[in-house]
Design a protein around this ligand. Structure first.
Ligand code: PSU
Ligand code: MN
Length: 323
């Protein structure tokens, strides 16, 4: 990022200015212009992935985790047709409590902006908007991916296509085991998205520390992860993003037997209810939280916070390399 003209484009107090039709909070804009570490955060996990009440507390904790690593959090959402990069307390309150908040993937963002709607951004749309704003690191819980039975339903998350075309490093705990994990890993390979295990050779399974599949690469520090993104940028081989997958510690994962039961029952309920499309992931998460006595929620929150912390470290390292 360079100099003052960019700051002028990003000033939040003025009406939206082209070419970035977004409100960027002064804190985020300044950090970007000064080349400091910034971490994008999605809002769908808040609006549609966590229960009401809990989500507001977690929203604050995620941002605090990014700050604890010395980086600036930039939670992204669309409010009344305006893209926001960085949310103040009122905006976070709204995302966490308003029933009108839609789930916006990349294809929906332009529509929501044009029609003046309000929505939370998924991994796909958050990564796309983060890139547009000049943010290179992103933290989330689990990526969307290839759903089980996708050969029949064609349900493959738009997250994968965006990761394949957007140079943002995404820190996650793998993909939820409600998905077709090997199918998702194959697709990431086909789409030339590198997957790095953080201090592990195994691809994490979100609630589970190990999905049962290997990762192609391992890094052992935030510095190594940042170096990967930096090298890809220098080599101009960074048209795709990087997935940095951090597992829950083994003693913090959800009990595998409970987990298997939740997946089996959850998928059956979904089929019985006829849930499809963008409602699949939120409904499954809701069922998990209801049926696990809070265990899935506990694990979900812990892994998101750990990812936010690691993303903050990577963002700081990457800022240092580019500076
Ligand atoms: N993983 C979570 N919680 C979530 C999601 C993923 O632990 O809320 C959300 C993310 O926003 C992700 C989206 O981008 O679900 C994927 O939805 P779909 O499968 O409809 O693409
Ligand atoms: Mn889907």
């Amino acid at each position: 990022m360079s100099g003052a003209p960019t700051l002028a484009l990003m000033t939040t107090t003025a009406p939206p200015l082209l070419p970035l039709p977004a409100r960027v909070t002064p804190e985020v804009a300044e950090a970007l212009v000064e080349g400091r570490g910034v971490v994008a955060l999605e809002s769908t996990i808040l609006a549609h992935g966590l229960p009401r009440g809990e989500n507001r507390r977690v929203a604050h904790e995620i941002e605090a985790a990014v700050r604890a690593s010395g980086a600036v959090p930039a939670t992204i959402a669309v409010l009344d047709g305006q893209v926001h990069v960085g949310l103040d307390d009122d905006a976070l309150d709204r995302v966490c409590s308003d029933d009108e908040v839609l789930k916006l993937s990349v294809r929906d963002v332009g529509v929501a902006v044009a029609l003046g709607r309000t929505g939370a951004t998924t991994v796909a749309s958050t990564a796309a908007l983060a890139h547009r704003a000049g943010v290179r690191v992103f933290a989330t819980g689990g990526l969307g991916g290839v759903h089980r039975g996708a050969a029949q339903t064609f349900d493959v998350s738009a997250d994968l296509g965006v990761l394949a075309s957007t140079p943002v490093l995404t820190v996650c705990a793998g993909v939820k085991s409600i998905l077709d994990v090997p199918g998702t890993l194959e697709t990431l390979e086909t789409m030339s998205v590198p997957v790095l295990g953080y201090r592990t050779d195994r691809f994490p399974g979100f609630y589970l520390s190990d999905s049962g599949y290997a990762v192609p690469w391992r890094v052992d520090s935030a510095r190594e992860a940042a170096a990967v993104a930096h090298a890809r940028s220098l080599l101009a081989t960074d048209s795709a993003g990087v997935v940095l997958a951090q597992p829950l510690p083994l003693d913090r994962q959800v009990d595998p037997a409970l987990h298997d039961r939740l997946v089996t029952e959850g998928l059956a309920t979904l089929e019985a209810e006829g849930v499809t499309g963008k409602d699949v992931t939120p409904r499954l998460l809701e069922l998990f939280h209801e049926r696990s006595g809070g265990e899935s929620l506990r694990a979900n929150v812990e892994l998101v916070l750990a990812n936010a912390r690691l993303a903050g470290e990577v963002a700081v390292e990457l800022a240092g390399m580019s500076g």
